[in-house]
Design a protein around this ligand. Structure first.
Ligand SMILES: Cc1ncc(COP(=O)(O)O)c(C=O)c1O
Length: 368
């Protein structure tokens, strides 16, 4: 007898999140050595993490018998960077945790969340998981259509999710436009601004949201250390917002949601600006190189402000499999409603070259 009916309808209807294929899985499946496989599927930092962060985590291994400590130090490091007191910071087991906590704290059956077509998969997932309704707004040029999102807000809307830059498309809304949008969102609707890729913005595009939190009590900003900071495997992110909103979220947060290694590594990582500068440089060079390579080959792509690029590819699912067999893992985005596209993370120069060689071979073999 199936017991599936014990779960609410809205839980049974959830389509599970599809992560990038792990290297070990692909190695097992194809009988390849892990060393021969490169993963450009999950927007991880190809340079790894700051050596200072790794050293801090290694030193912390001796304290695994104790429940996690280090929130005070990490919040102090975040405070120093963002100019906010500790009560305006919530730590998360990845920023995914923050997004889910927002949904669990503020959404419920009968309420709705607004987000764009082609936006991060966790927004619909977290919304559906609590029985709320997702209002998906058609994208404009693969990015957030802010005017349409404003119009889509209705009396049931409690949260608007917006990533800037956006994943999986890499599109970007300039700071002044975003500020104007938040100012027009009704004051009783929360805006969750997901800045997972903000470290990759050029100096010209970068904008400072710290003051926005004073101006907009309905704003929550989420950050991750999984991308530019290279700590995806440790799971650490944080949310910023008013003390009142963060206090509510804290009521639902597990007491020890973030582990000790993650907290000490993140504290050290946040102090290593040179690592971020170098990561941005390598990403920018790789991005320009790949754009040029796509242009030479007449491969269409969506101009990206993040650390990945989504490009147009006929028979994308077959090309993905072909690349996989060559030991190059990229990300299909058919689940996002983009079956004719693939997303590739910008790697090191050597990884980018390997990806391009494999792509050329796949296109030649498949005649696409
Ligand atoms: C836009 C966006 N937000 C949030 C996340 C979640 O990252 P994490 O939970 O590793 O912090 C991701 C990861 O891919 C992302 O692309």
């Amino acid at each position: 007898m199936s017991l599936a009916h014990l779960a609410p309808d809205y839980v049974r209807a959830i389509a599970p999140y599809q992560p990038g294929r792990p290297i070990a899985d692909v190695a097992r499946e194809l009988g390849m050595s892990e060393a021969d496989i490169i993963k450009l599927a999950s927007n991880e930092n190809p340079l790894g993490a700051s050596p200072k962060a790794i050293a801090a985590a290694a030193a912390a291994l001796n304290s695994t018998a104790l429940y996690p400590e280090g929130a005070h130090e990490l919040k102090a490091a975040i405070s120093a960077k963002h100019g906010l007191p500790a009560e305006q910071i919530v730590l998360g087991n990845g920023s995914n945790d923050i997004l889910e906590l927002v949904a669990r704290t503020f959404l419920h059956p009968g309420a709705s969340a607004v987000f764009s077509q082609y936006s991060f998969a966790v927004y619909p997932l977290a919304t559906q998981a609590v029985g709320a309704r997702g209002i998906v707004v058609p994208a404009k040029d693969y990015g957030n259509d802010l005017d349409a999102m404003l119009k889509a807000i209705d009396a049931s809307t409690k949260v608007v999710f917006i990533a800037n830059p956006n994943n999986p498309t890499g599109t970007f809304v300039p700071g002044p436009q975003l500020h104007d949008f938040i100012a027009r969102v009704p004051k009783n609707v929360l805006v969750v601004l997901d800045e997972a890729y903000s470290e990759y913005l050029s100096d010209a595009d970068a904008y400072n949201t710290t003051f926005w939190l004073t101006e907009f009590p309905n704003l929550i900003i989420s950050h991750t250390l999984s991308k530019a900071y290279g700590l995806a495997g440790l799971r650490i992110g944080f949310g910023l917002g008013s003390a009142e909103l963060m206090g509510l979220i804290n009521r639902l947060r597990q007491p020890f949601n973030v582990n000790h290694l993650a907290m000490v590594a993140a504290t050290a990582a946040l102090a290593d600006d040179d690592f971020i500068i170098e990561s941005r440089r390598v990403n920018n060079e790789g991005m320009r190189w790949l754009e040029a390579a796509f242009n030479t080959r007449d491969i269409g792509f969506i101009p990206s402000h993040a650390n990945f690029i989504t490009f147009k590819m006929p028979r994308a699912a077959e090309v993905f499999q072909h690349l996989l067999k060559q030991g190059v893992i990229v990300r299909p985005v058919a689940g996002y409603g983009m079956p004719e596209y693939l997303r590739v993370t910008i790697g090191t120069a050597a990884q980018n070259e390997r990806f391009l060689t494999a792509l050329d071979k796949a296109r030649a073999d498949l005649k696409v």
